[in-house]
Write a protein that binds this ligand. Structure first.
Ligand code: COA
Length: 255
């Protein structure tokens, strides 16, 4: 079974994260499949909206931690960066349905979506520092912009998770729904968008984001350099090894 399911109908392309046995954590192949799908949707006049969804119990546990240890993204055009730039620059509406854990990139990718519908079980977290890492996906810019500096610091320095209600309050989420309905609600909204004039949608999104895209792309690149450096340091190695061995990390002696 593919780990990204791609379905297109009624002008809506749906990307379903489908690696439930590993909590929909992203591998390089999954980033590549999503990046390719976005490129296709961008240029296909029949596709007007993209929906990203997981399952009623989990959205995504973030990057595959084994990949962080054994196959970290190093090249500028690595699939993860193609995916992130593709999300940030996607000209048509992006809609997400999020239930259960949304960890790391499972949360940060949402800052690039136009509409987000969350199950009442959604739990957002960006535990980069706890893994010896720093923010990615432009989140060091977008999280404080949306949540305010102090809430961003709780989420990014302490790595504290926050639930659907808090996400609604800061504006990351449009509506909270029962988890079994989240995907259907996202689709309903996506189909409403797909029925609107595409040129007006694209122009409106461009204007809404005007002045921000260049900054976001620059921040994604700057974060990627720091992230790649930190991935090689002892704190990250210890955090990932501990996760793989199902033990608590000992970060007290790492820098
Ligand atoms: N990378 C690789 N494997 C992962 C993973 C990840 N990011 N997240 C979960 N898995 C795997 C687990 O190792 C486990 O595999 P196993 O069955 O072979 O042992 C399986 O998915 C189920 O995970 P488990 O932790 O038992 O599920 P849970 O429901 O108790 O907890 C999470 C779910 C998402 C809270 C927890 O898995 C988690 O914290 N994952 C890591 C998140 C993370 O730090 N991501 C990186 C962000 S930068």
């Amino acid at each position: 079974m593919p780990e990204i399911l791609i379905d297109s109908s009624e002008g809506v392309m749906t990307l379903t994260l489908n690696r439930p046995e590993k909590k929909n954590s992203f591998t390089a192949a999954m980033y590549a499949a999503c990046a390719d799908a976005l490129e296709l949707a961008k240029d296909d006049a029949a596709l007007r909206v993209v929906v990203i969804q997981g399952h009623a119990t989990v959205f995504s546990a973030g990057n595959d931690i084994g990949d962080f240890l054994n196959a970290p993204a190093s090249r500028e055009n690595a699939p993860v960066f193609r995916f992130l730039r593709g999300m940030a620059a996607f000209p048509k509406p992006l809609v997400a349905a999020v239930c259960g854990p949304a960890v790391g990139i499972g949360t940060t990718l949402l800052f690039h979506c136009d509409l987000v519908y969350a199950g009442d079980n959604a739990a957002f977290s960006m535990p980069f520092v706890n893994l010896g890492l720093c923010p990615e996906a432009g989140s060091s810019l977008l999280v404080p912009q949306m949540m305010g500096y102090h809430r961003a610091a709780e989420a990014l320095l302490l790595g504290e998770p926050f639930m659907a209600e808090a996400a609604l309050e800061v504006g990351l989420v449009n509506r909270i729904v029962p988890p079994t309905e989240a995907n259907a609600v996202a689709h309903l909204q996506a189909r409403k968008l797909a029925a609107k004039p595409i040129n007006a949608l694209v122009e409106t999104k461009r204007l809404l984001k005007k002045g921000q895209l260049a900054q976001v792309l620059e921040r994604i690149d700057e974060e990627a350099l720091s992230f790649a450096r930190l991935l090689q340091e002892p704190a990250a190695k210890e955090a990932f090894t501990a996760f793989m061995n199902k033990r608590h990390p000992d970060l007290s002696k790492t820098v």
